[in-house]
Design a protein around this ligand. Structure first.
Ligand code: FES
Length: 189
């Protein structure tokens, strides 16, 4: 069953079960410790971003004040606070990637997708974001699209190939408990 977003959003039964499982990892009076993984689940369930209503739902599920969720969701760049395109391209802008052409890469991506950094392309396919070091500096310049890295994007051909691949993908959100298991960032939780 799909999550519902009309009026007040609700987690799907699968997401509720996953959240319940996650909460077994923490003492009852430390439910806040599950906030990051639950925000990831919420983002995967509700179209790739967390609206204020979805964040309020996360607060309710974890017995937190909404402000406790907002202060975390606004701190980490991996949480999207407005609607996004099918593919969110996170462009590393830190020193090594900058020295290897991330400015040119960003300009090329803006030109080819029609999106500006911080916004969506007119066709709804892409969102461009700038982020700090993605920890793949040896392969700069680098972008991340969900769990996938695209590296050495220092030629127009490499960028074209990435966009062709992304345009050809059937978009389907990978929910944290499916296929690949939990995202790497969550696997120790
Ligand atoms: S500086 Fe870009 S991955 Fe480290």
């Amino acid at each position: 069953m799909e999550p519902t977003t009309a009026a007040k959003p609700q987690f799907s039964p699968a997401a509720q079960a996953e959240i319940k499982r996650l909460l077994t990892h923490y003492p009852d009076d430390r439910r806040k410790s599950a906030l990051l993984p639950v925000l990831h689940i919420a983002q995967a369930e509700f179209g790739g971003w967390v609206s204020p209503e979805v964040q309020d739902l996360v607060a309710e599920v974890l017995d937190l004040k909404p402000i406790e969720v907002y202060e975390v969701s606004t701190f980490y760049t991996m949480f999207n606070l407005k609607p996004v395109g099918k593919h969110v391209i996170e462009i590393c802008r830190t020193g090594p990637c900058m020295l290897r052409g991330s400015d040119e890469l960003t300009a090329q991506l803006e030109r080819l997708t029609g999106a500006k950094v911080g916004g969506n392309s007119p066709d709804g396919n892409f969102t461009l974001k700038e982020v700090e070091c993605l920890a793949a500096c040896g392969f700069a310049p680098v972008v991340q699209v969900r769990e996938q890295y695209y590296e050495s994007l220092d030629t127009p051909e490499a960028v074209d190939a990435m966009l062709r691949e992304l345009r050809g993908m059937v978009h389907r959100p990978i929910l944290p408990w499916e296929e690949n298991g939990l995202p790497t960032s969550l696997q120790n939780n």
